[in-house]
Design a protein around this ligand. Structure first.
Ligand code: SF4
Length: 358
């Protein structure tokens, strides 16, 4: 989308529309960066109407960054009550402590300094820098993504990082080509993009193009495609991983290996597991790498295991080997011992297969 350009005329019409139509919100126009920060964090997961009252209460009791840094955790949770996602409140307090220690209780004005603070990501840093300080940096939220996608009739998936990056570049390019815009203009422009998305270029149903300052230039409106732009891909399902399990055993005992100390099933024991579906030759090779020579290989039933974001599709093979004396980084368990051992449920099908609990 970055080949698209926003003209000064379009930006002027948008800011003029904003001046006339902006909502009266308690954090708007106070000139205090603390208000911009607080409201942006509160608005991240909560509706404007629900935030308004909370914001006033919060602001009354904690009028500045120093008081926020010193509030007790209990009181903070009470003030946040009803808004959910309590980690936002904890991060606010943590960040207030950093601001007290590093900046004398004042929010810095540069994007680069802001983004280093706890709980402040690129969007919030951009919002504070541009709305509170009038710095020419983008703040791209869902509203801005939608509005610009429609303006340029761009079908890039708005879930993708590319869409966000492209929108940021359009705004940066606009600022580069129009140096010398005043801080008030920049502050209004950032808010106007968001406000247009919230009030006019709405996400669900048809946008209110008749009330939009861009309706004579908006490509989605002119081509009647606003109903299908922006494009948003379906949420990805679980990732599927193919695995091969080698159940290496001798007459009496089964081999288990410890998984790495980090990641999925960290530190737990499993049958020897490998990424992908191994061929017979690969199975023999991997068995030899473990120091065994396969006497007999038998295919076992396939199985699946579902984790939250991941699904294992497993092929399994029983590898009968001669007597196993010892294994350097594994366990050798009899059927009975295995039945009592905490093997992850991903492998329960094979535990049952051997009727190990009998
Ligand atoms: S004209 Fe319609 S689709 Fe285009 S930006 Fe305005 S409200 Fe959105």
């Amino acid at each position: 989308m970055s080949e698209y350009e926003l003209s000064k005329k379009e930006a002027d019409s948008l800011t003029a529309w904003f001046d006339k139509n902006k909502r009266d919100l308690p954090w708007r126009g106070t000139g205090d960066p603390y208000d911009v920060w607080l409201s942006e964090i509160m608005l991240q997961q909560t509706r404007v109407e629900a935030v308004k009252e909370k914001f006033i209460q919060f602001r009354r009791e904690l009028p500045d960054i120093i008081s926020l840094s010193e509030v007790s955790d209990d009181r903070l949770m009470k003030l946040w009550e009803g808004m959910g996602y309590y980690s936002r409140a904890r991060n606010l307090k943590k960040c207030a402590g950093e601001l007290r220690d590093l900046y004398g209780g004042v929010l810095p004005s540069s994007f680069e300094e802001l983004i280093r603070l706890s709980g402040i990501g690129p969007y919030t840093a951009g919002a504070i820098a541009s709305i509170a300080y009038g710095n020419p940096v983008p703040a791209v939220d869902g509203n801005v993504l939608r509005v610009l996608a429609r303006l340029f009739e761009d079908a890039t998936d708005i879930r993708s990082g590319r869409a966000k990056k492209n929108c940021g570049e359009i705004i940066c390019s606009f600022y580069r080509k129009n140096p010398g815009l005043g801080a008030d203009y920049i502050s209004s422009f950032t808010q106007a993009l968001m406000e247009l998305g919230a009030l006019v270029c709405v996400p669900n149903g048809q946008p209110h193009c008749e009330a939009c300052p861009w309706n004579s230039v908006c490509r989605a409106h002119l081509n009647n495609t606003a109903g299908r732009i922006p494009y948003r891909s379906a949420l990805k399902g679980r990732r599927i991983e193919e695995r091969t399990l080698l159940i290496i055993r001798d007459e009496d005992r089964f081999l288990l290996r410890k998984r790495p100390e980090s990641g999925l099933l960290a530190g737990l024991y499993e049958f020897a597991g490998y990424d992908g579906f191994l061929s017979r030759a690969q199975i023999i090779e991997e068995t030899e790498k473990l120091g065994f020579s396969a006497l007999h290989i038998r295919r076992l039933p396939d199985s699946r295991h579902i984790f939250t974001h991941l699904e294992w599709h497993m092929h399994a093979f029983e590898i009968m080997v001669a007597d196993i004396d010892s294994v350097p980084d594994g366990l050798l368990l009899t059927k009975k011992e295995l039945a009592e051992f905490a093997v992850p449920s991903a492998f329960s099908k094979y535990i049952s297969y051997y009727s190990l609990k009998d």
